[in-house]
Design a protein around this ligand. Sequence first.
Ligand SMILES: NC(=O)c1ccc[n+]([C@@H]2O[C@H](COP(=O)([O-])OP(=O)(O)OC[C@H]3O[C@@H](n4cnc5c(N)ncnc54)[C@H](OP(=O)(O)O)[C@@H]3O)[C@@H](O)[C@H]2O)c1
Length: 291
Amino acid sequence: MKSILVTGAAGQLGSEFERLSRSIKDFHFIFTTRTQIDLARPETFETINDLQPDIVINCAAYTAVDQAESERETAMAYNANILADLAQICAAREIPIIHFSSDYVYHNALRRPLRETDPTRPKGAYAKSKLKGEKVLLQHHPNPLIFRVSWLYSSFGHNFPKTILRLIKERDLLNIVNDQIGAPTYASDVARMVVEVSRQMEGLWHEKFGIYNYCNIGTTTWSGIAQHIVDRTGSSCKINPIPSVQYPTLAPRPRYSVLNLSKFKKNFDLPIPHWQDSLDHCLDLLLNEKG
Ligand SMILES: NC(=O)c1ccc[n+]([C@@H]2O[C@H](COP(=O)([O-])OP(=O)(O)OC[C@H]3O[C@@H](n4cnc5c(N)ncnc54)[C@H](OP(=O)(O)O)[C@@H]3O)[C@@H](O)[C@H]2O)c1
């Protein structure tokens, strides 16, 4: 049986792989947190040599988007520079590597669904580190698979839907940005997609490697997501849409992040769920948890 090693297993995406792994029979999963594989200590990458997995899925990353503005070097080290070592270890053993990048790498002036070949103009330290990470991986590994995902959330970890779910219980009114357009992406869907793609990639890594956009179908705004959560839960909290200028952040956010999924659809035979269906699924999990 093939084995898949997942780094950053305690994060929201890593945790989704862990949950999914319980129902998967044709792969053996090995989950590592920073105790075993630490992006700050490249010597820990020897774990890969010791365990010899068939595929590495890298969910470990520096993800504090605003904090990265004051920790630029750390963000660049973890999200980009250190990936050279990780890629080389995998390349030496011909182990395919799957990695995740961000819609933030685009941040261009285009206002139509963004293609993988469109110009990249990352603005903040996090976004720049993610774009550099793609380049480092492609430079040091012969066939990495990189998914640019947008607005990731899960029932695990910290994310926008979970914050809204908490706040609508505490407040009567929430001011939420309505002029950033994109698609939320359920990390559970990403995990399922990656496992299925891993099956479909068998014997095709040298042909199909590269960068792919991936997100849930449909588009919305942050206030659209918040309103959906209010509607779904029957909350009386009012969502007041505001422009981004009224909610300044340390790192700039793209106004338009809708991803064109044509390349993914052409290469992989997989249904992509609509964001509303996936969000409902996640909300059901969260609401049942709290009983
Ligand atoms: N979240 C989003 O909206 C979003 C959007 C687009 C793309 N992405 C990308 O998707 C991927 C997964 O994101 P996520 O949301 O699952 O992130 P996450 O929940 O923040 O998880 C990241 C994981 O990386 C681990 N990590 C941080 N520094 C590390 C280090 N030095 N060594 C080893 N592990 C370390 C963290 O460990 P600790 O738990 O110990 O801190 C955490 O478990 C990332 O590449 C991210 O950039 C995310």
